[in-house]
Design a protein. Structure first.
Length: 72
């Protein structure tokens, strides 16, 4: 996780670790968090968690990787 620019790189990690990393990145309630995951289950779980926290989620998929833009 890169907390300087609120980017979470959770590629190669299984749930619940990506969700835990995103939760930590949201600790200061940033306006935006960028997340990288490489499996659909992690993408779905992070999306569900972020929406529950009041973030809108835009997902882009390329080459089997998912880039999630979370915005308040």
């Amino acid at each position: 996780m890169n907390t300087m620019d609120n980017t979470v790189d959770a590629r190669g990690l299984s749930c619940p670790i990506p969700v835990v990393m995103v939760k930590k990145a949201m600790a200061g309630e940033p306006a935006a968090v960028s997340v990288l995951v490489d499996n659909p289950v992690a993408m779905e779980n992070v999306t569900r968690f972020a929406e529950h926290q009041g973030y809108t989620v835009v997902v882009t998929e390329a080459s089997g990787e998912y880039h999630l833009d979370l915005k308040k």
